[in-house]
Design a protein around this ligand. Structure first.
Ligand code: ZN
Length: 88
């Protein structure tokens, strides 16, 4: 018998949480470096750039260009959509 696939509220929240997207990206760079497809310098720099763009205090928003961002909910939605597009 096939059990139905369950989608918990926690799993759904993780799928749309930009922090989860950040962890996925970090894990991806880890695997690329571990398997020799990316240099440690390039992988680390990519993670630092992503961190700075998403989490730095009052950074210039990479979506609207304002510091601080004037529409964080909208801009985070745009980042999530861009992330999802990049994952295809
Ligand atoms: Zn913004």
């Amino acid at each position: 018998m096939n059990a139905p696939v369950e989608t918990t509220a926690e799993a759904a929240a993780l799928a749309t949480d930009f922090r989860f997207a950040f962890l996925c990206s970090t894990a991806g760079h880890y695997r690329l470096v571990r398997d020799g497809h990316e240099s440690l310098n390039d992988g680390f720099d990519a993670v630092v750039r992503l961190h700075d763009a998403w989490f730095a205090l009052d950074p210039e928003c990479t979506v609207c260009g304002l510091a601080p961002c004037q529409s964080p909910t909208f801009c985070n939605s745009c980042r999530k959509a861009d992330y999802r597009r990049g994952r295809r």
